[in-house]
Write a protein that binds this ligand. Structure first.
Ligand code: ATP
Length: 338
């Protein structure tokens, strides 16, 4: 288990502005007092009692810490330090200043397949490294693929958010229904034993979107999306893929394979002719559609955030009216107002 410090994080780091929010807390810029170096602090609220619906179980936080500690790779967010107080755990991680890869691409006028492949290669290297350690991410999606510094000529990919990651052990079956509908593999939906191959499916979906600006299984609602995934209902519609090379489609087809055993691994992807001969590709991505996809994605993210806040608000009201019966619940819901 990682060395978790019980000291007050603020004795060592000055807490700064909010960089982002997740289900269980916020990510903020922090300044290391001793060195003057900036890091990011991921503040994770801990569940106060087994019956509580708020916060994370300590066990889950320990798992995320343990996984991050064993993943030292140029394309994976690095963990520096961990602090724990009664109510929360703070992960001090490297500050990733370049924003999300998809936002960076959406700001461009055009993007060739060759440039897209350069990013994919880095994702594959980071994910491939995790897989050599028998760790699966289980939540690969555009929001979790960031850039170290977008002003560099060849920005560096950083994979973040290991909240759903799991170390797979030989002889042990792992099943989970977690993930984000658009990106999850059929075996997740079917509650079958999971492997690293589930990440490769997500990379297939991400590549499909990157090239076309279209989400392969997206239905009108989550239920329909999940049905499309399990039924393998997707196609390369000519109007969206007329700029895409045949090699690129072949690459995607070898990832969006229902049987996880038959799906390409990260190492096999790096050897696929589309990836290897990147410099020979004359095709480009469907930028107009991609920008639309990204704008819709960002809108949905803000909507989800407002929805989550409203849910907490309702929960707090509910707690207020039940305060005589359940003061512990009231205390817990208050922690979420920051
Ligand atoms: P989720 O609820 O989506 O699983 P989470 O609580 O696990 O989220 P993260 O996804 O790790 O939290 O982080 C939330 C957001 O904070 C990210 O989408 C990103 O915008 C920002 N963020 C996370 N880590 C960093 C970092 N190291 N540097 C800069 N920004 C970061």
């Amino acid at each position: 288990m990682a060395q978790i410090k019980l000291q007050n994080v603020e004795d060592y780091y000055e807490i700064g502005e909010v960089l982002g929010s997740g289900h269980f807390g916020q990510v903020r810029v922090v300044l290391e007092r001793a060195s003057g170096v900036h890091w990011a602090g991921k503040f994770l609220k801990l569940r106060r009692s087994a019956s509580s619906r708020l916060g994370l179980e300590r066990k889950s936080v320990e798992r995320e810490v343990e996984i991050l500690q064993s993943l030292q790779h140029a394309n994976v967010m690095a963990l520096r330090d961990v602090f724990e107080s009664r109510a929360e755990v703070v992960l001090i991680v490297e500050l990733i200043g370049g924003g999300e890869l998809f936002d960076f691409i959406a700001e461009k006028e055009s993007l060739s397949e060759e440039e897209a492949i350069e990013f994919l290669k880095q994702i594959l290297k980071g994910v491939g490294f995790m897989h050599t350690k028998n760790i699966a991410h289980f939540d690969l999606k555009p929001e979790n693929i960031m850039l170290a510094d977008k002003t560099m000529p060849h920005p560096h990919i950083k994979i973040i958010d290991f909240g759903l990651a799991h170390r797979l052990k030989q002889g042990e079956e792992y099943r989970s229904l977690s993930g984000t509908p658009q990106y999850i593999a059929p075996e997740v939906i079917n509650y079958e034993p999971l492997s690293e191959a589930a990440d490769m499916w997500s990379i297939g979906v991400i590549t499909y979107i990157l090239l076309s600006g279209l989400s392969p299984f997206q239905g009108d609602n989550d239920k329909e999306t999940l049905k499309n995934i399990v039924g393998m209902i997707y196609e390369f519609e000519e109007i969206y893929f007329n700029q895409t090379s045949a090699m690129a489609k072949d690459f995607i087809e070898k990832l969006l394979v229902k049987d996880p055993i038959k799906r390409m691994t990260a190492d096999e992807c790096l050897l696929h002719p589309w990836i290897k001969a990147a410099n020979r590709s004359r095709s480009s991505i469907n930028m107009k559609r991609f920008k639309k996809f990204n704008a819709k994605r960002k809108w949905k993210m803000s909507y989800n955030m407002v929805w989550a806040c409203n849910r907490l608000f309702r929960l707090q009201l509910q707690c207020k009216s039940r305060s005589q019966e359940d003061p512990e619940l009231v205390r817990e819901s208050r922690k979420y107002w920051v």
